[in-house]
Ligand binder design. Structure first.
Ligand code: C5P
Length: 206
């Protein structure tokens, strides 16, 4: 069983992906985290974010099982990730790694921006998770504060809007719902309600 979950930043897709993976006992890959890892590595090595050769080398050797969520979720890393993510040759290398991960074992849950459209077009179930901008900004702010960080609501809103625009407008694998994806708008839903709705969708699709 392969479950593909896509959606904009802070839509709740990551939480749903983790919950679904635990529920169905599937492996889980947060592909956003893999893009973040490459962006962070380029920055750390002093290379520009459009160095495609370096990005491909990092993609090919990235340890998908041990990504440091704590460090990579930091404010700013998402911005770097979305800049690296526009390069087509680099994306190809990432897709190869993501497909290999999905094919190992009994099945997997992958979440990102292009899982239903590009990475796993034949997934058992596809979800496109959204929430309105204010809700997403509120969730991201709560997440940052829970880690002891600080960020103004305006800065978070602007950051999400800029990243969503870059992700939706890029030429290769833009953020977009697959034609056969089920839309799940989590605005006004708590995690439990959203999770039950997601399970309903998967159950109907399998
Ligand atoms: O999901 P997250 O916000 O951690 O992703 C960080 C960035 O990585 C996104 O803004 C997007 O540019 C990129 N990304 C992507 N394709 C994916 C997952 C993430 O381009 N499948």
């Amino acid at each position: 069983m392969l479950i593909a979950i896509d959606g904009p930043a802070a839509s709740g897709k990551g939480t749903l992906a983790r919950r679904l993976a635990a529920h169905y006992r599937l492996r889980h890959l947060d592909t956003g985290l893999t893009f973040r890892a490459v962006g962070a590595e380029l920055v750390a090595s002093g290379r520009p974010l459009d160095d495609e050769r370096a990005a491909i080398t990092i993609a090919e050797t990235l340890d998908l099982e041990h990504l440091d969520r704590e460090r990579l979720n930091a404010h700013g890393v998402g911005e770097a990730a979305s800049k690296v993510a526009v390069m087509p040759g680099f994306r190809k290398a990432m897709v190869a790694r993501q497909r290999a991960f999905a094919r190992e074992g009994a099945g997997a849950v992958l979440d990102g921006r292009d899982i239903g459209t590009v990475v796993l077009p034949d997934a058992t179930a596809k979800l496109f998770v959204t929430a309105d901008a204010a809700t997403r900004a509120m969730r991201r702010a709560a997440e940052i504060r829970s880690r002891g960080g600080e960020a103004s609501d305006e800065a978070i809103l602007a950051d999400l809007a800029r990243r969503d625009r870059r992700d939706a407008e890029r030429a290769t694998a833009p953020l977009k719902a697959a034609e056969d994806a089920h839309l799940l708008d989590t605005t006004g839903m708590d995690i439990e309600t959203a999770f039950r709705a997601a399970v309903d969708i998967v159950e109907r699709a399998r």
